[in-house]
Design a protein around this ligand. Structure first.
Ligand code: ZN
Length: 333
């Protein structure tokens, strides 16, 4: 059915170089009357020929195919082409989806890392805030159990904190617990602020500062008398200081004594109110005068070695309701 042949010059020129095409078989020359030709045409099935022409147009490959086969082949080629197009489309779409999935996967990993970092920080914060409870309990202890009105939790210790840490955590749960703890501690701080505002004036009146800086040669309490070596009670602190060192008021008050005061030699006594007085002995020079009001930190005198003293120093005494107490109980720094 198919055969190589020498192409007539006319056919080669009309098809052009290297072109394959399916064309109808050339009509036979009209050698017979029209009626006979029509009868012959209906008797033989129409055929199609596949012509392959060389570039120089000299050779032709011809393949005759019945019409039905040609149509079937065309349909098969069309179906195959459509299938390939569909497969290519699906492949491209699938490749895009894989790329998008990889991007989403990376984004999810980053978000997971952010959430884990957030959780760790919230846990650290909650542990820190939880530690405030013990701190607050120590602050509140001097004011008594009823001082902190409205506080829901005055317990001391880490039991509650530990149980919260052991509980399963989620970002929202952690945030809720942290918020609750911060709100509770904030409430406690505000209550403490109210009390401290009221107590501030009282605290400011306490002799909480050192009147002079230096080594303590003799503490408050029982000791051996420097001269007789007999046991005696020392009612204050002996702070070593060169003669002429400035002595400052440890709190605001009114000077009630500035002069000779028995064995203390030159002495100053300040009344701070609230039944608290301070005494400074063995001074060399006075600055404050009796009846004068002094502020915290004001220079009231200069240290020396007057009275019953074995060397230059300051004898510092705190009296509460007339009775000497250990000054170290009042010194905050
Ligand atoms: Zn002394």
């Amino acid at each position: 059915m198919c055969a190589d042949t020498i192409a007539p010059r006319g056919i080669a020129e009309s098809n052009g170089a290297g072109v394959s095409s399916v064309v109808s078989e050339p009509r036979a020359p009209r050698l017979y009357p029209r009626r006979r030709a029509r009868r012959r045409h209906s008797a033989r099935p129409e055929r199609f020929s596949l012509l392959i022409v060389r570039g120089d147009g000299t050779r032709v490959f011809r393949c005759n195919v019945p019409r039905a086969n040609a149509v079937a082949a065309g349909i098969a080629i069309a179906v195959l082409g459509a299938s390939i197009a569909g497969l290519v489309t699906d492949y491209v779409r699938g490749r895009n989806m894989v790329r998008q999935a990889a991007a989403v996967h990376r984004e999810l990993a980053e978000q997971r890392e952010v959430i884990q970092s957030f959780n760790r920080r919230v846990v650290d914060l909650r542990r820190e805030v939880g530690g405030w409870r013990e701190f607050h309990a120590r602050i509140w202890a001097p004011f008594g159990p009823d001082a902190a009105h409205g506080r829901r939790d005055t317990s001391v210790g880490g039991g509650t904190v530990a149980s919260e840490e052991a509980a399963p955590t989620s970002p929202i749960g952690e945030l809720d617990r942290l918020t609750e703890t911060v709100m509770r501690e904030g409430e406690s701080l505000r209550a403490l602020d109210r009390i401290m505002t009221r107590a501030g004036k009282v605290l400011a009146g306490l002799p909480s500062r050192w009147p002079i800086r230096g080594a303590v040669n003799s503490e408050y309490g029982n000791r051996q008398d420097p001269w007789t070596k007999a046991p005696e009670f020392h009612a204050g602190l002996d702070i070593q200081a060169d003669t002429g060192t400035a002595v400052r008021a440890p709190a605001a008050g009114t000077v009630v004594v500035a002069g000779r005061y028995a064995e203390y030699g030159n002495a100053v006594i300040i009344d701070h109110g609230q039944d608290i007085k301070t005494l400074y002995g063995h001074l060399s020079k006075f600055v404050a005068t009796p009846g004068q009001t002094v502020e915290r930190g004001a220079i009231i005198a200069y240290s020396g070695n007057t009275g019953r003293s074995s060397g230059p120093h300051l004898h510092y005494e705190i009296l509460v309701k007339g009775k000497a107490v250990n000054p170290r109980a009042y010194l905050w720094d």
